[in-house]
Design a protein around this ligand. Structure first.
Ligand code: DX5
Ligand code: ZN
Length: 222
């Protein structure tokens, strides 16, 4: 699949999301950070708002659910029109069942790990997942500093995927910018969330192109 750039709208103007999404037409996905003020100390969108956003753009939505009880709440985001739905393993009671439900309802199933959550216990789940998200900040807010301590985990996750021969995408989220994207690509990530880097740029679409070029240069333009 190659390198994919998925801008987060967390740092966009919430009063004008339709126009904000129109500024990132070259994005592979729009990353939508759903926060419930329980799993993380911040509150953003619910399914109704995500459904309205899905209707406003042709770019597919990549929902990142930072919510308690995704087992009960994740399917609402598939039904809202998201092409990919990510739940946190720290919040899921039955991650295998949940991933299968998301897939069976027609979306890509993805699982997220916070920075301190090890990847090794989930090795056998990889074939159940279309994407693994490794957080490179503690979830909850945009604009935080990239955590280099996650880089070895990215490398280990890529090695596990290679060993299992799976097609699972490896996404990184948090503090990804022109300064940090090469480190992530070198470690083996192929899907890059960037929030403040994209929306603080004068031309967000151009920033997407610059981020993509940096990552592609690392992996040889594949
Ligand atoms: C943080 C969110 C991220 C955030 C990324 O909890 O999951 O998607 O928006 O923003 P930046 O790129 O500014 O770290
Ligand atoms: Zn996110």
């Amino acid at each position: 699949m190659g390198i994919q750039i998925t801008p987060s709208i967390l740092n966009a103007d919430f009063a004008d999301l339709g126009a904000e999404v129109a500024r990132i037409g070259s994005a592979d996905w729009v990353h939508v950070d759903v926060m419930d003020n329980h799993f993380v100390p911040n509150l953003t969108f619910g399914p109704a708002m995500v459904e309205a956003l899905a209707r406003s753009t042709d770019v597919p939505l990549d929902a990142h659910l930072m919510i308690d009880d995704p087992d009960r709440n994740a399917l609402a985001y598939v039904e809202a029109g998201c092409g990919s739905v990510t739940f946190h393993v720290e919040a899921a009671k039955a991650p295998v069942r949940l991933a299968r439900e998301i897939r069976s309802h027609g979306a890509r199933a993805s699982m997220a790990l916070k920075p301190a959550t090890p990847v090794e216990p989930y090795e056998d789940l990889l074939p159940e997942l279309d994407m693994l998200l490794l957080m490179t900040v503690e979830p909850g807010f945009g604009g935080q500093k990239f955590l280099d301590l996650v880089l070895p985990k990215i490398r280990r996750a890529r090695a596990l995927m290679d060993r299992h021969g799976v097609e699972t995408w490896l996404q990184v989220d948090g503090g990804v910018s022109l300064e940090t994207i090469e480190r992530c690509a070198e470690a083996g990530a192929d899907v890059f969330v960037a929030g403040s880097a994209v929306y603080s740029a004068d031309d967000p679409d151009r920033m997407i192109g610059e981020l993509r070029a940096r990552a592609e240069a690392v992996v040889g333009g594949s």
